[in-house]
Design a protein around this ligand. Structure first.
Ligand SMILES: [Zn+2]
Length: 74
């Protein structure tokens, strides 16, 4: 029974990772200095989203802030 639960959890984690890897590129805007930036795939794996906002660290001013997520246009 425990093995089955672990298997299901494992599958769920793999699906989440795959969904993140194949997702569109997002970009973030620092509300403090106005810098627009994107994250690497690895960083995005560890970034969580709440109602279209994400806590991210600005590469320019190095401060953490809650940034609105925007889909990067090609
Ligand atoms: Zn900034």
């Amino acid at each position: 029974m425990l093995g089955l639960i672990l298997l299901l959890v494992g599958i769920a984690v793999i699906l989440i990772v795959l969904a993140k890897l194949t997702t569109k590129k997002f970009e973030y805007k620092c509300p403090k200095c106005g810098e627009t930036f994107s994250l690497s795939t690895v960083q995005e794996l560890f970034t969580f989203e709440i109602m279209g906002f994400s806590p991210v660290r600005c590469p320019k001013c190095k401060r953490w802030s809650v940034s609105p997520i925007r889909v990067k246009q090609k």
